[in-house]
Design a protein around this ligand. Structure first.
Ligand SMILES: NC(=O)c1ccc[n+]([C@@H]2O[C@H](COP(=O)([O-])OP(=O)(O)OC[C@H]3O[C@@H](n4cnc5c(N)ncnc54)[C@H](OP(=O)(O)O)[C@@H]3O)[C@@H](O)[C@H]2O)c1
Length: 268
């Protein structure tokens, strides 16, 4: 079954989809004929996406809310069922990052990242599960290469992305009897929106540094891989050569990977 026909009758909830990879995922679902529900905290950014996707108005719900807000996730799922009647796919995409060594991080910075990336992945699942069981649907967690090995200077982001593996693995077994799929995507460096921000140790949003072009995938490529993984019900997908290299090293040669990371960090 092609990607197009698979998603043509699906209702897909994508958290954190007012920009970046999430927005591209929504665009591809809509183009396939499916229905997309997109979330984010910034209302005007969501409204801009709504205007951009105007021709798909009947197939789109925008929802302003924080993924880490337990109650708001319940409200959102009720809204989806009232408007679209079902929910087939949940993509836990919303994520933020911060940088700085542990010692210099402000408490609030750590809390923000943990809230968004961890609670903001568990709570949407808790809200969506009763509906996903009815459709024998799918859950996909968007992790990162930072989820394979703790990255110095990015510890909180790493710990949040690594924790998604535990969640995906537990759910995979818990949900087997219900026919619900749970998978994880280790997304590689993907072309960033100019508006994308990372949080400094003292809590200021800062532009994300440019990465070498040869290491960066387009948002289209990343979104296609994620949508294919869900269609194929593949438990784990690692994007890009850097991700594959890190994934293999972390499994087979963890000490060597640790040494490589240490050497690279010292150099910087
Ligand atoms: N880009 C990469 O190179 C890369 C690589 C590996 C993994 N990833 C992962 O891929 C996912 C998407 O990355 P991206 O680069 O597309 O990010 P992005 O461009 O920064 O977009 C993040 C989206 O999440 C929303 N968001 C952030 N915090 C939220 C919250 N608490 N509640 C609801 N929505 C929230 C943002 O909207 P608001 O700010 O308005 O809430 C925005 O729509 C993330 O999980 C990221 O960690 C990205």
């Amino acid at each position: 079954m092609s990607l197009q026909s698979f998603y043509s009758d699906k209702v897909v909830l994508i958290t954190g989809a007012s920009m970046g990879i999430g927005k591209e995922l929504a665009r591809q679902v809509l183009v396939a004929g499916g229905k997309a529900v997109i979330t984010g905290r910034n209302v005007s950014r969501l409204q801009a996406v709504q205007r951009e996707f105007e021709s798909y108005a009947d197939h789109l719900i925008i929802h302003a809310g924080d993924v880490a807000d337990y109650k708001d996730n319940q409200v959102l799922v009720e809204k989806i069922i009232a408007q679209f009647g079902k929910l087939d796919v949940l993509i836990n995409n919303a994520g933020i990052s911060c940088f700085g060594e542990v010692e210099v991080l402000q408490e609030d910075v750590v809390r923000q990242v943990v809230d968004t990336n961890i609670y903001g992945s568990v709570f949407p699942v808790m809200a969506a599960l009763p509906e996903l069981k009815k459709t024998k649907g799918s859950i996909l967690f968007v992790s990162s290469v930072a989820g394979f090995h703790g990255l110095p200077g990015h510890s909180t982001y790493s710990l949040s992305k690594m924790s998604l593996k535990a969640l995906a693995q537990s759910l995979r077994t818990e949900l087997l009897q219900h026919g619900v799929f749970a998978g994880i995507a280790y997304v590689g460096f993907t072309e960033n929106e100019t508006d994308k921000r990372t949080i400094s140790p003292n809590g200021n949003p800062e532009p994300v540094p440019q990465r070498p072009k040869r290491l960066v995938a387009s948002r289209e490529e990343t979104a296609v891989k994620i949508l294919n993984q869900i269609r194929n019900r593949k438990a784990e997908e690692i994007h890009g050569w850097l991700g594959k290299f890190t994934g293999v090293m972390s499994r087979l040669f963890p000490s060597l990977l640790h040494l490589l990371i240490r050497k690279n960090y010292k150099k910087r």
